[in-house]
Design a protein around this ligand. Structure first.
Ligand SMILES: Nc1ncnc2c1ncn2[C@@H]1O[C@H](COP(=O)(O)OP(=O)(O)OP(=O)(O)O)[C@@H](O)[C@H]1O
Ligand SMILES: [Mg+2]
Length: 495
């Protein structure tokens, strides 16, 4: 029997069978990726393994013995730990306190701080991190925080470590660091289950990959034995679209297009140190840069969610005195923030309400919403973006992560905005739906809109942008027309 064997797992939610008789097997000391489209059931499967959800049917065996996992706590005690995407550390406790939270070494009730610090330092060193165990967690970078979480599960003697899209929030350079840690875990005989939408990561790291589709297992293969296209085909059941979304003619036409948005010497409180740009009607302007380069702050300051400390913003030639989200929306500008859990969606409302929130005036007459029209446009978007749901009246909090993201996209593509700004628009979106989103972006600019797309995915920038600017330390460090842009040039301009 395999080291880990989840047998005949069934799980239903109201309106959807999330897992259908899934048999999942993983060996000791392997990195096992789980892939599939948004809503395929990946998170549900690992939530069952970790004890966050109970299966309707099925058994779990670990090391030849059947185990019952009634709660995440019981899962941890039996050696199954999850590194959550929203990290669960306590920011105002020290590294060591976080690592030993819940099981601090104590003697007669007094915490033995020295021993705790020593053991925490050792656990971190084991995975290649040299950190002071008395530093506060709030001062750490994301990958350092992940390391603390991993050190924590190691002192708890984890047999299985689960990571659900651990690199979604990581800047490219830190991904390598995380991979080093994962390799250390593998060497120590820990089984790592790894969910990711990034195919190159699966091919770089995973010994095996299991593909889920619509709640069923498609198969388990060794990435070494197949091509990326074959994996995508397993995931989406068809050949991947291989398309380029820009054309030299389009770029040429843009030269005479009117400028819709102009920014002069924009400065922000944190990293933004004077950036100027002009966006033309019909243009997709890509913005590249590392975390802390000021690329997110740029769009946040334009939209007024962050107060600019200097500079000018002009919309269709008119200067804005006090940029605020309200004024910008009135001026037909839309913004999809990276942190969309808090800014993008109302989780307790339906897909339909969320999607049409900003478009209601367009769908109403004399203040009355035209229900039929509303249902029509939302249904169309659900189909176009392949949002996996059973009804447009389903609450968005019951959607999978990637499908929530698609609803946010729908919300901005509906109203008659003339300029849209996106910050990491396809984070967590599966490969199949990515190309749909790029197509929608191109449709949108072809109909007279303009887009600023901030992205850490260089491939994405190259696929859709007409022009790409690169940010570094709050300034523009490079600007390339699409013809001259290459991955190499962009990466070099970042540093
Ligand atoms: N708590 C819940 N209530 C109702 N439905 C749910 C719940 N959790 C998940 N689902 C549904 O189960 C299905 C599988 O969701 P799951 O989160 O496992 O997908 P996923 O493969 O992780 O997708 P993604 O790549 O978008 O994260 C989806 O149709 C989702 O809407
Ligand atoms: Mg998920």
């Amino acid at each position: 029997m395999s080291y880990l064997y989840m047998k005949g797992i069934n799980k239903s939610f109201p309106g959807v069978r999330a897992l259908k008789a899934v048999d999942f097997k993983a060996e000791k000391g392997e990195v096992h990726a789980i892939a599939g489209e948004n809503g395929a059931g990946k998170s549900t499967l690992i939530k069952i393994l970790s004890g966050a959800y109970q299966p309707d049917e099925g058994q779990i065996y670990l090391d030849e013995k059947e185990i019952k996992i009634s709660t995440p706590h019981s899962g941890r005690i039996q050696g199954i730990s999850v590194i959550y995407q929203e990290l669960s550390l306590v920011p105002y406790l020290t590294i060591a306190e976080n690592i030993f939270l819940g099981n601090m070494p104590s003697k007669l009730g007094a915490v033995r701080r020295n021993e705790m610090n020593k053991r925490a330092k050792k656990a971190l060193e084991d995975i290649g991190f040299d950190l002071n165990p008395s530093s506060l967690v709030k001062d750490l970078s994301i990958v350092q925080q992940q390391a603390v979480e991993i050190a924590k599960v190691l002192v708890e003697d984890a047999k299985i470590v689960v990571m659900d899209e651990p690199t979604a929030l990581l800047p490219a350079r830190e991904v390598e660091t995380l991979f080093r840690v994962i390799n250390t875990l593998r060497d120590r005989g820990v089984t790592v289950l790894y969910i990711s939408h990034r195919l190159n990561e699966i091919f770089e790291m995973a010994d095996q990959v299991t593909v889920l589709k619509d709640g069923s297992k498609v198969g388990t293969v060794r990435p070494a034995d197949i091509t990326q296209d074959e994996l995508v085909q397993m995931m989406i059941g068809r050949k991947p679209a291989d398309r380029i979304y820009w054309s030299p003619e389009r770029v040429e036409k843009l030269k005479d297009a009117p400028v819709v948005l102009e920014v002069e010497g924009l400065m922000g409180e944190e990293n933004l140190k004077g950036v100027s740009l002009a966006l033309r009607q019909g243009e997709i302007l890509g913005v590249a840069g590392l975390v802390g380069s000021g690329k997110s702050e740029l769009v946040q300051c334009i939209f007024g969610v962050q107060q600019a400390t200097g500079g000018k913003i002009k919309i269709r030639g008119e200067g804005l005195k006090h940029p605020s989200p309200g004024t910008l929306i009135r001026n037909k500008l839309g913004f999809l923030p990276a942190d969309r859990k808090h800014l993008g969606l109302v989780l307790g409302m339906t897909i339909k309400r969320n999607a049409t929130l900003t478009a209601l005036p367009k769908l109403s007459k004399c203040g009355v919403v035209n229900q039929k029209k509303e249902d029509g446009v939302v249904s169309e978007l659900i189909e176009k973006l392949r949002i996996k749901c059973y009804s447009l009246n389903q609450q968005v909090e019951t959607l999978s992560g990637g499908n929530q993201q698609k609803v946010v996209m729908a919300k901005w593509l509906l109203p008659e905005c003339e300029v849209l700004m996106f910050d990491e628009p396809t984070r967590g979106i599966d490969v199949g739906a990515r190309s749909e989103i790029y197509e929608l972006m191109v449709d949108y600019v072809n109909q007279g809109g303009a887009i600023i797309n901030v992205s850490s995915d260089t491939q994405e920038l190259l696929a859709v942008s007409d022009r790409i600017i690169v940010m570094g330390q709050g300034k523009m460090t490079g600007i390339f027309s699409r013809q001259e842009a290459t991955e190499d040039k962009i990466v070099r301009a970042m540093f």
